[in-house]
Design a protein around this ligand. Structure first.
Ligand SMILES: Cc1ncc(COP(=O)(O)O)c(C=O)c1O
Length: 442
């Protein structure tokens, strides 16, 4: 990370001014300096996570592990996670080995190494290796869980909310044809509060006793909202309703074990907040619930009692999975609780500077249990696609901060803001100034 350039940006009126002065470098011209990490992982200092989160010297060290362009301040880290240097190295080495040794390696050794990766994930997540199977991402994992769930019959109902991810909504909608069930779509009430969300799901389940399967999203990709998943899952289970949790954004951003979610079915990504190469995720099925998900297209490679029969990806990019242990090493070195605390601090840093702006709506509540890095905002009344696109364009072109618009929220479009570990407090300060200016302008 080029801190000189960051200082330059944060000390000015923004990139619009720099652009006029000819000082903004194009992505092609902005190769970041080589990463100098001496191959060592950035082990966090001892201390309470909230104290570690404020240790700027330590986070500058962490940032050095991420070789990034300095052509923008990237506050759109929700798409996928930058890989730290050790992961890039592991991925490059695995790719080289696969090419060099070809099928001789893949047919003899890969299976065992992939099993070791599963074991490592299971140990890190607090479950048994028999409860997870590798996928190419959360989409694949959740499609298997939703589509393969075999306890539904005509007359039953399933439910999801506006904040759930689009392709998971599609999969739930598909159950209407696939299983003959009623599909109930709800909207999480705004402004979101812990009690409001709990009341919403209590009402939903009480009013619709036919619901048998409920989709929940641990961190909404639209607003950043983290609902009280464990409470909702437990309440659902008491009523005989199974939950499937979309944890695409959760692991590596929030500090938890899978058993904390109290849900039998969870889909995970490794290529977002765990910093693994693109194309890596996994599914979790609690041991006692394996039979409730069909084998994937009648898979015959593994027995019905083996969770690997629930996903048959075919020949995929195995180097992704081989680099996962390096990603978990990095995650452990920084520490799950420290990552969570730092990401919340970066979010708080910009949010707390704009809470007084009257026409700005912040879509996550001031309850740390209900957010991580992601938080979206809305400029009151500017809820169309064209308006949110114009806001992100302004933030990018005039202030040099990259964000993304998100649709699909019942009350209108939002702009999502997602810092990552390599971002600085200066980045967040710059963004707060940019947002104040945007709120005045739009
Ligand atoms: C909440 C949520 N669920 C599922 C997914 C799908 O993840 P992937 O595209 O990595 O499979 C995403 C991706 O952004 C997401 O944000």
């Amino acid at each position: 990370m080029d801190f000189n350039r960051r200082r330059m940006l944060t000390g000015s009126a923004g990139a619009g001014v720099l652009a006029l002065a000819g000082l903004v470098v194009s992505p092609a011209a902005s190769a970041a300096p080589a990463v100098q990490t001496d191959g060592k992982l950035p082990f966090a200092p001892a201390g309470a996570p909230d104290d570690v989160a404020r240790d700027e010297k330590y986070w500058r060290q962490v940032a050095k592990h991420f070789e990034m362009t300095d052509a923008t301040v990237n506050f759109e880290n929700g798409y996928f996670g930058a890989n730290p240097a050790n992961v890039r190295t592991a991925f490059a080495e695995a790719t080289e080995r696969i090419q060099l040794e070809n099928s001789w390696y893949m047919r003899r050794d890969y299976g065992q190494e992939a099993s070791a990766v599963r074991e490592r994930i299971a140990a890190e997540l607090g479950c048994s290796v028999d409860e997870i199977a590798l996928t190419r991402g959360a989409t694949e994992a959740l499609q298997v869980l939703i589509g393969g769930y075999n306890k539904l019959a005509p007359g039953d109902a399933v439910a999801y909310a506006d904040l759930d991810y689009d392709s998971m909504q599609y999969a739930m909608n598909w159950l209407r044809e696939r299983r003959g069930v009623e599909v109930i779509r709800t909207a999480i009430p705004e402004p979101a509060t812990r009690q409001g969300v709990l009341d919403h799901y209590t009402r939903l389940l009480s009013d619709n006793p036919k619901i048998k399967l409920l989709l929940l999203t641990q961190v909404s990709h639209r607003t950043g909202l983290v609902p009280p998943i464990a409470e909702i899952s437990a309440m659902a289970a008491e009523r005989g309703v199974d939950t499937v949790v979309d944890a695409a954004h959760a692991w590596g951003q929030l500090d938890f074990n899978v058993t904390d979610l109290k849900s039998p079915f969870v889909g995970f990504n490794l290529h977002k907040w765990m910093g693994a190469p693109l194309g890596a995720g996994f599914l979790y099925i609690r041991k006692d619930k394996l039979a409730d998900v069909d084998r994937h297209f009648a898979d015959g490679d593994y027995s019905a009692g083996d969770i690997r029969s629930r996903i048959h990806t075919g020949t995929a990019n195995s180097a992704n999975y081989l680099a996962v242990p390096a990603a978990l090493d990095f995650h452990r070195a920084v520490g799950a609780a420290n990552k969570q605390a730092r990401l919340r601090l970066l979010r708080d840093r910009w949010v707390h500077q704009v809470l007084d702006v009257p026409n700005l709506q912040i879509l996550t509540p001031e309850d740390p249990s209900m957010y991580g890095a992601l938080t979206s905002f809305r400029i009151a009344g500017k809820t169309t696609n064209a308006q949110s696109t114009a806001i992100t364009k302004y933030l990018s072109e005039e202030w040099g901060v990259f964000t993304v618009r998100r649709g699909g929220v019942a009350l209108g479009e939002v702009v999502r803001v997602t810092p990552a570990l390599y971002n600085t407090l200066d980045d967040a300060d710059l963004f707060a100034r940019a947002l104040r200016a945007a709120a005045a302008r739009f």
